[in-house]
Ligand binder design. Structure first.
Ligand code: MTE
Length: 319
């Protein structure tokens, strides 16, 4: 018998907000938290944390796994964004140089017709959803984040890739006025622009997400405004921030961390407690704000949704 199982982020149809609304990022929509934020977990979090008034309309995630959300404060003050600094606590104070106005996203490569679009016009094309996801960094820390955005699959439908496209590639904006570490050239923390990629079947999986907000508000700069990837079953470095180019290819793109150290970081980067990083164990993780470490789950707890993508692959080899 073919039983259709609900994916863990499933949103029922009667919860659909009629139209996705994303007004100018400068305009602060005075819609009030209650109109927009209705999930119990969110209301609770809003009350105890210093969260900006939500300014996005989105379909709610029912959080059927009852994931315990990290606070807005935790998510926005402990960041990896090497274009600013390698200090996790330092990113938020430096990120103001990132200017998200007039931000364009170029769609190119193996597509029917390449185009460039203002990020606000792009976002308006989609119904925004909330996705409450576990997020596990390769360094051994993790958090649970309520993202807002749309699926990579929706973006792919808009981009109309040709059938020979086997991979999707993402690139962070290159602008050394905005990103001080890019100015350091060969002495930068990593090679810029930051690049990431997914196999097309990974990108088409419903979990693959492009975030434009968190906790119902547009993304803070330190978290990768105005558009960042979120691939919850992969280590956090796959979740590239501040995307300005998306392209489609026949060949596997060389992602930044693989280029930097292919012995330690690969293309796939699936969260896997059974395959240690060459320098540390991946069996456990520290959730931000918690004292005791917890067990890391295979594919970060999303095995049911994505395990089939890797059937027959040696996950010790394809790191
Ligand atoms: N994207 C860019 N452009 N630059 C970066 O340095 N760091 C990655 C990823 N995306 C990074 C990036 C890493 S290592 C992680 S763990 C996550 O962003 C961190 O996301 P967060 O700061 O929102 O938690």
């Amino acid at each position: 018998m073919n039983i259709i199982k609900k994916p863990s982020w499933n949103i029922s149809e009667n919860e659909v907000t009629p139209e996705a609304l994303f007004n100018s990022r400068r305009t602060f929509l005075k819609l009030g938290a209650a109109a927009l934020v209705t999930s119990g977990a969110l209301i609770e979090a809003l009350a105890k944390d210093n969260i900006p008034v939500p300014n996005l309309k989105y379909l709610k995630d029912k959080n059927i796994n009852n994931l315990d959300l990290n606070t807005y404060e935790q998510i926005t003050t402990y960041n990896n964004f090497y274009e600013f600094t390698t200090s996790k606590g330092g990113v938020k104070d430096l990120a103001h140089t990132l200017d998200t106005n007039n931000w364009e996203v170029e769609i190119s490569g193996l597509v029917e017709k390449p185009f460039t679009i203002d990020v606000n016009d792009l976002i308006k094309k989609f119904t925004l959803e909330e996705r409450i996801y576990r997020f596990r960094c390769v360094e051994g820390w993790s958090m649970v984040v309520p993202w807002n955005g749309f699926t990579v699959a929706d973006l792919i439908k808009l981009a109309k890739p040709l059938s020979k496209a086997k991979y999707i590639r993402f690139e962070t904006k290159y602008d050394d006025d905005m990103f001080p570490d890019q100015r350091r050239g060969v002495f930068g923390a990593v090679d810029y622009p930051y690049v990431e990629g997914l196999r097309m079947d990974e990108a088409m999986n419903d979990l693959s997400f492009l975030a434009v907000g968190l906790y119902g508000s547009i993304l803070p700069k330190q978290n990768g405004a105005p558009l960042r990837l979120v691939v919850p079953w992969k280590y956090g470095f796959k979740s590239i921030k501040s995307i300005s180019k998306i392209s489609f290819h026949e060949e596997e793109p060389l992602n930044t961390w693989q280029k930097s150290n292919s012995r330690e970081y690969g293309f796939y980067a699936n969260v896997n407690p059974n395959v240690d990083h060459p320098r540390w164990s991946q069996k456990r993780e520290r959730v931000l704000g918690k004292f005791l470490k917890q067990r890391t789950l295979m594919f970060n707890g999303y095995e049911k949704e994505v395990g089939h993508l890797y059937n027959g692959m040696d996950l010790r080899k394809y790191i």
